[in-house]
Ligand binder design. Sequence first.
Ligand code: SAM
Ligand code: ZN
Length: 390
Amino acid sequence: MGMASAQKQEGIARGASRKDGGTKMEEEGIRFEQGKLFYNTHMQLCRSFSSLLVGSLGGELSFLDGFCASGIRGIRYAKENPNVSSLDFVDISEEAAGLALENANGNGLESVQAHHAEFNSFMMEREYDFVEIDPFGSPAPYTYHAIRSFRGKKEGYLSISATDTAVLCGAHPHACKRVYHSTPLHDEILHECGIRILWKYVSNIANEFNFGIKPLASLSHRHFFKIFLKLERGSERALDSFGKIGYVNFCHSCGHRQSGKYGLETCPKCGKKPGACGPLWLGELHDLETIRKMKELNSQRDYSDKAKLDSLLSLMEGEVGMPPWFYEVHASCRRLNIQPPPRIDALIEKLKEEGFGAVRTHFTPLGIKTDAGICGFGRALSDSRTPNKD
Ligand SMILES: C[S@@+](CC[C@H](N)C(=O)[O-])C[C@H]1O[C@@H](n2cnc3c(N)ncnc32)[C@H](O)[C@@H]1O
Ligand SMILES: [Zn+2]
C-alpha cells in the first residue's frame, strides 16, 4: 500500500498503551493485539471474502474501515491488496482506535489514521472511495450517513455487514417492518429473502442521493449477511434500481413461488393465501465479472479457507441469472409427500434433462435454484427420487 497522509484531526488516536497485557492473535499471517476488544474468529472467512472483493476492484482506493475494533479488516485489506492507497480507521471506542493504529503500525502500515468518533458524526465531513460498515447488529442506523458521504462523487464502494439476520429473516416481523420497512418471510427461503430486504433498504437510500446500485457480491453465511456494492450516480441509474424492487410470493401450501411488483392475495396454483415478502430487491445479487476476478485472486492466495471460498464463489457464479428464490429439497419433498428425497446432483441432472436451468445455491446445501415452476420441479423430484430398497 502506498500512502501519504498527515495526522491532523482532533479525536485522532495516538496508539493504545495497555499495561494489562492484551491477547496476541494471528489471522492469515497478520499478527495483531486484540486487547479487550471484539474479535470474532468466525468472521475470518468473511474478512478473506471481503479482501478478495477489494482486490478485484483494481484502481486506487482511499479506504475507511468503519467500526474497526482491532483494525484487522482494514489491515488485511491494505496488506493484501495493492489498490488500497490510504487507510483510515474509525471506532467509537478510544481503545479500539488506538489499538487499530498500533496494530497497523506493527504490520508496517505507517501512514494510517485512526479516529475515535461516532460513525455518523464522523461521516458528516468525510469522503472516501470505499467505506466498510461492520457494526454490531443492524447496519440500518449507519447506511444513510455512509451513502451520504459519497454525495460529491460520481461513484463509490460500500461493504455492509448485518448480523441482525433474525430480524431480516422474519423471526421478529415487526422489527423488520420498523427497521427495514419490509415484510419478511420466515419460511424455507428466508435467508435469500432477508438479504434481498437488506438490498432494497440500501437501494432506496442510494436513490435519495441520486445513485443507482450495482450489487457486486452478496454473502449469507452462519449468522451474518455481507453485501458489497458500487454506487453509480445518475437519475436513470437510480430509477433502474428502483425498478428492481418488488415482492417474492411464496405459497407454503403448494410451494409455488412468484416474483413481481406486488404481493399476491391468492396463490394462482392452489388458491390459498401465499406469504408475500417485500418490498425487496429482485435484481442480481452478484456481479459475474467481480465474482470471477475474486475466484482468480483466491487461487493465487493461500487463505486457510481457500477451498471453502472457491466453492462459495462457484455457487455464486451459478446464481447469476437465476430466479430470486430457490427450492429447498427436503421441505419440498415433505410438502409433496415424496420420500425418500432424491440426491441433489441427480435432481439437478433431471431438471437439466427436462430443459430447465438448475444450480445449487450458497444459501443452503439443500437448495436448488431453477427456472422450473412448482409442477416441473415436483415432476423432477418424483422422477429422480432414490428407489426404496424394500
Ligand atoms: C462488530 S465490531 C467490528 C469488528 C471488526 N470490524 C472486525 O472485523 O474484527 C463493531 C465495532 O463497532 C464499534 N462501534 C459501535 N458503535 C459505533 C458507532 N456508532 N460508531 C463507531 N463505532 C462504533 C464498536 O466499538 C466495535 O469495536
Ligand atoms: Zn399455492
